[in-house]
Design a protein around this ligand. Sequence first.
Ligand code: Q9C
Ligand code: ZN
Length: 342
Amino acid sequence: MLTFHSEDTKKRQAKTELHAGELVAPFECPERVDIVIDRVRKVGLGEIRSPDAYGLDPVLAVHDRRYIEFLENACDDWAAAGFKGEPIPSIWPTRRLRDDVIPANIDGRIGYYALAAETSLCLGTFAAAQASKDIALSALDHVMRTGEPAFGLCRPPGHHAAVDQFGGYCFFNNAAIAAQHALNNGMKKVAILDIDFHHGNGTQDIFYERDDVLFLSLHGDPRDEFPYFLGFADETGRGKGEGFNVNYPLPSGTDYATWASTLDDAIQRIAAYQAEILIVSLGVDTFENDPISSFKLKSEDYIDCGRRLKALGIPTTFLLEGGYAVEEIGINTVNVLTGFEG
Ligand code: Q9C
Ligand code: ZN
């Protein structure tokens, strides 16, 4: 299987994450990329290619123009305001406040465009996010052209990013950008299967009223887990999109037996939808030793997961999302891919 990879993904080198009331080193760190690519090489998964540059048009097809401009300039604006730390939001247009005003002051504007406070911005973030979506688009194009599977070693991840919001370590929604690109290039039905531990709120939101993208997500029950405010089972789509959004919230402590039978249900729905192309939002923060998650998957389970996905027989693009047990992220991610290869 081909891997798409770029060193530019490591240009995001944020120093801080707001975690448990402290500023700590981010869980979503650049070393994740090195460890995954080392494993890809070690097992001989296949050729490693650099992505093509797609520019911002495919991003604009999914995200708000002013949001993109905000991301591009936020660090400069923050520094120009005289703020010393990394850009981090502290107020939002929540209930009882207006959400139809975009503040001029960067302190307010960052809250307007943020869905959470853990994710600090930094100077290289925009460049890394661009590399990440180029990787997703290159992988998707390869799959569309050849029918062969591909792995996009995306970083930063994307599935929490909504039309005009960043957070949960995500800026551009790589899977959504790739799905829209597939539709704009002749595909009629795309499925996105999100197996990251966290609900893919951004992806769900982007396609919620549409029937050309089937979105399915297995994740920690939002009653207990980030992103808390989306990802419940009764969210099934709206309007034309009714029936094309499927959430599988699962309890803390979920093991592979339960997770895999849930996966089989999702797989059956993808088959029934007759998707022409499958995008897997591949997070391995379902791993038993993940530091911020609570499922109990073991390294060998990822091989079986890959096998089950292969049985669908649909051209498949894998895009990396989360996974914070950094030492094992290479083994776990690449196990899905080798399981798929058979
Ligand atoms: N400080 C992805 O897996 N909550 N994002 C952090 C620890 C945010 C995860 C709790 C988790 C975001 C792509
Ligand atoms: Zn996650």
